[in-house]
Design a protein around this ligand. Structure first.
Ligand SMILES: Cc1cc2nc3c(=O)[nH]c(=O)nc-3n(C[C@H](O)[C@H](O)[C@H](O)COP(=O)(O)OP(=O)(O)OC[C@H]3O[C@@H](n4cnc5c(N)ncnc54)[C@H](O)[C@@H]3O)c2cc1C
Length: 428
């Protein structure tokens, strides 16, 4: 099997780079062993919320100089300030062009509300999700409406968050007779299953009646993210009929918005002609000189997959793109050079809420994001996303930003190398 580019890992990074390369006429395959971090997605992409020393960031674009002083190996610093700004701006238009609407921009963080009721800064928030700037929330009274017995959304936590920003709230619960069928098994009473009932056409009139009654006297409805899974028109339709906005709040996992974003991107990639090898696992590769020549997977056994270029986007420890044993942190497919602290005692802090050093471990790359093996860059192997070293996604609040921008960056490197690249004035 021969491709222009083979991508290992079908999470946010692999899908964005795959779509970008397919848009430019490449023939690509994605090998993806399983679920990705998107299944736990909050509905907001973070670009840069804090500098490594903890200083809050309001304007990510204006923070690159200071970031380069504090974290010279940060993936954003490797790209350079102007490329960071260009790709951060283009990421939003890339999403818009493929049909994913978001709110926010890269020169000013806005705020979102977490399922725990915390108010956090972020970069891009999916449309219909609660989004605001400090002091600029336009609503005074909101109705928080939950489904009876749905424990992955806690209206009390959410109410506290809204009250902090000066919004008065009321809390109400409702039931639909059909929900009693899934309620019998508490482990089934999750956002994805609820949406199968709430999304049904036959339930829409009753839903409008209930939401209308429960939100009387309120200008806004706050609802858990458990609606509109397979029908993007459903929520706009409800809003239209109710005559007032509905803002979604993410629930505890599984994340409906994350699963639907993953499926949407995967479908987009395959509609462009990409091959998505779901449930397969890249195991090892042949490397000759400084080139990957063949890749092998669990399902294809000794039938090699070859490509002019390979992108490694297999994620961090969470997705087993990185593994650790008692002595070392390693990358299991190519055995690439990794960055980690040699003394295991320094890997983590026993205070869970403190900075955890292991989050910064990852695969070493050169400036062009080539993977490095035995100190030598591999010319046709690019590394992107959560597997990269040099950043702390949680403490810096930059997880999706690093994934998104490095995905676009490596795609661009490949297109330049293969001379099919046009400057990205527009993603067409
Ligand atoms: C639980 C969780 C929630 C997060 N939520 C957010 C959020 O809400 N907002 C935000 O900004 N950031 C968030 N992040 C940060 C996150 O890292 C990025 O947002 C981003 O989604 C990571 O994408 P990725 O594709 O690089 O890696 P992943 O999403 O981890 O995907 C890697 C993929 O590679 C596959 N894979 C691994 N090894 C192989 C192999 N050998 N062969 C084939 N496939 C393989 C895995 O199965 C997986 O599908 C979150 C991170 C985690 C862990």
């Amino acid at each position: 099997m021969k491709f222009d580019t083979v991508i290992i890992g079908g999470g946010l990074t692999g899908l964005i780079s795959g779509i970008r390369l397919m848009q430019k006429g490449q023939k690509c395959a994605i090998i993806s062993s399983g679920q990705s971090a998107l299944h736990f997605f909050s509905g907001s992409f973070d670009l840069l919320n804090n500098l490594p020393d903890g200083t809050p960031v309001n304007n990510p674009e204006a923070s690159l100089l200071e970031l380069s002083k504090q974290a010279p190996n940060h993936p954003y610093v490797k790209m350079g300030e102007s490329k960071f700004t260009e790709l951060a701006q283009k990421a939003k238009s890339f999403l818009t062009e493929i049909g994913i609407k978001t709110q926010g921009c890269s020169h000013k963080n806005h705020y979102r509300i977490t399922p725990m009721g915390m108010i956090k800064p972020t970069w891009l928030t999916m449309s219909n999700f609660a989004f605001f700037e400090v002091g600029k929330f336009p609503w005074k009274k909101a109705a928080i409406i939950n489904i009876e017995g749905f424990l992955d959304f806690n209206p009390d936590f959410i109410s506290e968050a809204f009250e902090k920003i000066g919004v008065e709230t009321s809390i109400a619960y409702f039931n639909l007779p059909e929900l009693n069928l899934i309620r019998k098994n508490p482990s089934e009473f999750r956002s994805t299953n609820l949406s199968f009932v709430l999304d049904k056409e036959v339930n829409q009139d009753l839903l409008v009646k209930i939401l209308s009654e429960k939100s009387q006297g309120c200008e806004l409805i706050i609802f858990p993210d458990c609606i509109g899974f397979r029908n993007a028109d459903l929520l706009p339709g409800l809003i239209n009929r109710l005559g007032k906005p509905i803002y979604l709040i993410p629930t505890f996992p599984p994340s409906l918005v994350g699963v639907s974003t993953q499926l949407y991107l995967k479908d987009y990639f395959t509609k462009l002609g990409g091959v998505f090898m779901l449930g397969d696992n890249a195991t090892h590769a042949d490397i000759e000189g400084n080139q990957v020549t063949n890749l092998y997977t669990l399902n294809h056994g000794n039938i090699p997959i070859s490509a002019k270029n390979v992108i490694l986007s297999s994620g961090s420890f969470f997705s087993q793109g990185l593994l650790a044993d008692i002595k070392q942190v390693y990358e299991p497919v190519f055995d690439l050079d990794t960055d980690y602290l040699t003394d295991r005692a320094d890997w983590y802090n026993s205070n869970l809420f403190e900075k955890q050093n292991y989050q910064q471990f990852g695969v070493k790359t050169d400036k062009n994001f080539h993977g490095i093996k035995n100190d030598t860059p591999i010319d046709n192997l690019y590394v992107a996303g959560a597997i990269l070293s040099g950043f702390n996604p949680l403490k810096e609040g930059c997880g999706a930003g690093v994934s998104f921008l490095s995905a676009l960056y490596v795609a661009e490197q490949i297109l330049i190398k293969e001379k099919t690249y046009e400057p990205i004035a527009q993603y067409k």
